[in-house]
Design a protein around this ligand. Structure first.
Ligand SMILES: [Mn+2]
Length: 441
């Protein structure tokens, strides 16, 4: 039988467990103390298990008989006037194939009647609520179990992710061309989002980065509001969300369309780091090993350009790479952009510069979806102190690097599905200099 998200949840627990699983869906949030509502996006675990995209629902899973029960919010007519959608209980039972549906004012009764040994909850708020009925709760196991389920994608999930990736890839190409004539960063963002919104993709998996010139070295630059300097380069880190599933793609390119000078040199280093780590991606490989390999490629590229000097091993010893590549090589991708499952219980982040922020420390398995996103940045806040740090100073060509403090950064990011023998690259945006040059000519 085909695996579904729900069947995977049931399979994680021992058969015949006398327990319920209880989750609350998301609620609407407002801007500070006003009635301005933010666009509603369902909580990811809830979306994963129910497919319901509306606010204020709850759900119960009975692990004993593998049934699931949808708990509907009781809406009044005022709600219908202001918010519209109020469907009947029958509608939800039919549309979502739940074993039963009931309104939330019956929830207490259901808990008290069923009296399971344990109720597994999706967090503290749920556990607090359930413990009011004198039941034993556990709020640690379920999030862990769902992270485990969600880290390996079903065929259906992969289909949705391909769709998100396709749309984001197209939008990147459109935005790349737009950056050549735009005066402001937000003009590029506008064209990017236009392509997604016009096909009904109204949610963004994360706040996109549309950064020109030195802004491209600000890792979470989301202002996107500055004038594009003449002859600079442009970094776009933007995705798409389709039925909850994310794409997360980064490209960096010269606005001129010519990969020459120092930009071309540094770009080729990052591209090599991406190519070598991508080709190493397959079941059995550890993300942290790919990360360290990318660090070596970056350091040896910088050495070839005379920006650093000394032995690569010695540089690795003092974590010199973290000055230029201060974030993780990649992360899990799915319903969340930084998807769950990157760390299994008991695995702590590596306390080492650059690796501390690695969001996935797993041995890769078939069905995982990861990003690979090496970067190379000139960040004054890291380089200035390094010039006088006895640990780093001996390796740095200070005068050359000082000339690049306004350079900004380069990142290239693809999304990979790990397959039996290697990977499937979901991202389809040109990244070789000659291919981008052809597009921008
Ligand atoms: Mn990413």
């Amino acid at each position: 039988m085909e695996q579904t998200n729900r069947s995977k949840l049931f399979d994680v627990f021992k058969p015949d467990t006398d327990a319920l699983v209880y989750l609350r869906g998301g609620t609407v949030s407002h801007r500070y103390n006003t009635d301005f509502e933010y666009a509603f996006r369902q909580e990811s675990n809830f979306l994963y298990l129910t497919g319901i995209a509306e606010p204020d629902f709850h759900v119960l899973f009975d692990l004993k008989d593998r049934t699931w029960h949808l708990v509907l919010p009781k809406r009044d007519s005022k709600y219908a006037v202001w918010m519209g959608y109020v469907n009947s209980a029958d509608y939800y039972k039919e549309a979502f194939k739940a074993d039963s549906v009931f309104y939330d004012d019956k929830l207490e009764l259901v808990f008290r009647k069923r009296k399971p040994e344990t109720v597994y909850c999706n967090g503290e708020a749920e556990a607090q609520f359930v413990s009011n009925f004198g039941l034993k709760t556990d709020s640690a196991t379920l999030p862990e179990a769902l992270a485990y389920c969600r880290s390996i994608k079903t065929d259906r999930e992969l289909e949705l992710m391909r769709r998100a990736s396709k749309a984001a890839s197209e939008a990147h190409l459109i935005a790349m061309k737009r950056a050549q004539t735009a005066e402001w960063e937000y003009e590029v963002k506008a064209d990017y989002e236009h392509h997604l919104i016009k096909q009904g993709m109204l949610h963004h998996p994360y706040n996109g980065i549309f950064a020109s010139g030195k802004n491209s070295a600000i890792l979470h630059y989301v202002d996107n509001s500055r004038r594009i300097p003449k002859g600079s380069h442009f970094l776009i880190d933007a995705g798409a969300e389709y039925k909850g599933y994310a794409a997360d793609i980064t490209r960096t390119f010269p606005v001129s369309g010519k990969f020459d000078g120092v930009f071309g040199d540094l770009y080729r280093i990052v591209l090599r780091a991406l190519a070598e780590t991508t080709s190493g991606a397959r079941p059995g490989i550890k993300m942290e090993d790919l990360h360290l390999h990318a660090c070596q490629v970056i350091l040896s590229g910088l050495k070839d350009l005379g920006l650093v000097h000394g032995s690569i091993d010695d540089m690795m010893q003092v974590n010199l790479f973290a000055l230029f590549f201060p974030h993780g090589l990649g992360h899990f991708l799915g319903l969340d952009t930084h998807d769950v499952g990157g760390y299994l219980k008991g695995i702590e982040p590596i306390d080492r510069p650059g690796l501390r922020f690695l969001r996935a420390r797993r041995t890769l398995e078939k069905g995982m979806v990861v990003t690979i996103e090496p970067g190379l940045y000139m960040i004054p806040a890291l380089l200035e102190p390094a010039f006088s740090d006895p640990k780093h100073k001996p390796f740095l060509n200070e005068s050359k690097l000082r000339g690049l403090l306004d350079f900004g950064g380069i990142r290239i990011e693809d999304n990979l599905v790990i397959t039996e023998t290697g990977y499937e690259n979901l991202t389809n945006v040109p990244k070789k200099p000659e291919d981008i040059e052809a597009i921008l000519s």
